[in-house]
Design a protein around this ligand. Structure first.
Ligand code: FAD
Ligand code: MLT
Ligand code: ZN
Length: 437
């Protein structure tokens, strides 16, 4: 097989050397490690199609991989050594920004940051943003329906897609990139591929709807005496201001970030909870009722410093961990009670510590548990009992596969399996992710 693949992509783009494969075989958290037959790097949609035809013919399993920043173990192979990793790193073409429609088409392997730089030069921005922007790719974002810090303003990645090109397991190319906003011509294949985590095909190009660059931007960190007061405060702020972001953290996480990365506290004394808000409307958040204190960024440097306190949580926890990660969402009116209950439930066990932070505006909490005892069933059942989702934005991958039934009905799961069988009858696309292999 490697020789056949080399004939398609060139021998230098079929990596079989174990040392060179290793970074593609280990996920960002270091908790999922596998072994691949080869890492294959096609440069065009046509090459992706030829690679998949070859894999279909030989029954070879395929793990699509973008920036390998996923947090649910979906981007790396199992340890059988029989699957290829199909890297999108060379699918890096970007079209010029189309000013009239406010759209751009990007190759799956373009990183979010590269696309941001590209479109900002034309006065536009990408609606989705998050801390892994330097490595996460457009294909990976679409495959996971990435969320990030602007969901409360613009929605998730799915809402930004106006066209998609993808290759199915048999090598057939679906291409629908014209970008017309109104297009009710049958099934929404882009919507289906979005969030499919590499189990239905390889996304090769995406046409995205852009947003305007904000003229004026205010970032402020609001300090609160409790989580309840912060959630009440957010409801009041939202009623009068269009927010671009509403991210939260608590004292324990802030202290960990400050000590790990030598950052300073924006406030003179500690507070229980912190809400980082950003608005492009030039609103003044300093009068929000019920808060302890506020730090408003006066410069781009101060704004970046406030954002770093929030965005560095993942790396700070990885440095003391690895933690068990639970990316969950809960209806906002139940969030305070949920957090109280889940933290108490986890920390009643000696040696377990629960850190939490997240996208407050979306009711999306990232619980990170340090310590040996595994409380996964209890935590995820509590989420489901609260009417929440066991995966708010990171996807199912391998990590959440045993728990998918907590958020989806048997009828929904049967429909998932029917779609999978129809598009990938040989089951070669990312086996073990979302579904049992
Ligand atoms: P990968 O990790 O390479 O792959 C992820 C999944 O998509 C895998 O199942 C893979 O098979 C599939 N896939 C990748 N490319 C393709 C393709 N072209 N076609 C088909 N399938 C494909 N996520 C959020 O949603 N919000 C956040 O705020 C956020 N913050 C993060 C912060 C940090 C520091 C880190 C490390 C991660 C964060 N993530 C976040 C998770 C991750 O960055 C996203 O899931 C991202 O979308 C993954 O992109 P990727 O290119 O790295 O994909
Ligand atoms: C975040 O919001 O920072 C991410 O989703 C990463 C994480 O959950 O650690
Ligand atoms: Zn997140």
């Amino acid at each position: 097989l490697p020789a056949d693949l080399a004939a398609i992509v060139g021998p230098e783009h079929v990596v079989t050397d174990p040392d060179l494969r290793r970074s593609s075989e280990t996920d960002w958290t270091g908790q999922f490690r596998g072994s691949a037959l080869a890492v294959v790097r096609p440069a065009t949609t046509h090459e992706v199609s030829a690679v998949l035809q070859c894999c279909q013919r030989t029954g070879t399993r395929v793990v699509p991989q973008g920036g390998n920043t996923g947090l649910v173990g979906g981007s790396v192979p199992d340890d059988s050594g029989t699957a290829i990793v199909l890297s999108t790193a060379r699918l890096r073409e970007i079209s010029a920004v189309e000013r009239l429609s406010g759209q751009v088409t990007a190759g799956a392997g373009v990183t979010l940051q590269t696309l941001q730089d590209h479109v900002r030069a034309s006065g536009f921005d990408v609606a989705v943003d998050f801390a892994a922007r330097g490595s996460a790719t457009i294909g990976g974002m679409v495959a996971t329906n990435a969320g990030g810090v602007h969901v409360l303003r613009y929605g998730t990645t799915r809402r930004q897609i106006v066209g998609i090109e993808a290759v199915l397991a048999d090598g057939s190319v679906l291409s629908h990139l014209s970008g017309v906003e109104k297009d009710n011509t049958g099934y929404d294949l882009a919507g289906l591929l979005c969030g499919s985590e590499g189990t239905l095909g390889v996304i090769t190009r995406v046409r995205l709807r852009l947003v305007p660059t904000p003229v004026e931007r205010v970032a402020a960190l609001l300090a609160w005496p409790s989580i309840e007061s912060m959630i009440d405060g957010l409801a009041r702020i939202r009623a009068s201001t269009t927010l671009d972001a509403a991210e939260y953290m608590v004292r324990r996480g802030l202290e960990l970030v400050m000590s790990t990365f030598d950052r300073s506290d924006p406030f003179r004394r500690p507070h229980a909870a912190y809400l980082l808000i950003e608005t492009s409307a030039g609103a003044d958040p300093s009068g929000a009722e019920g808060m302890d204190d506020v730090a408003v960024a006066q410069s781009e440097e101060q704004r970046a410093a406030l954002w770093a306190l929030r965005e560095l949580h993942t790396e700070a926890l990885a440095a003391v961990g690895p933690p068990r990660k639970y990316d969950v969402s809960v209806p906002l009116d139940r969030l305070a009670a949920f957090l109280e209950e889940v933290v108490t439930m986890i920390e009643q066990h000696d040696g377990l510590t629960c850190h939490h932070f997240g996208h407050l505006g979306d009711g999306n909490v990232h619980l990170n548990v340090l310590g040996d005892r595994d409380e996964t069933p209890e935590i995820l059942r509590l989420v489901a009992d609260c009417g929440g989702s066991i995966s708010a934005e990171h996807g199912i991958g391998r990590l959440k596969r045993p728990w998918l039934h907590l958020s989806r009905t048997p009828a929904e799961l049967a429909a998932f399996r029917a779609i999978k069988r129809a598009l990938d009858p040989g089951g070669i696309m990312n086996p073990g992710v979302v579904f049992e292999p």
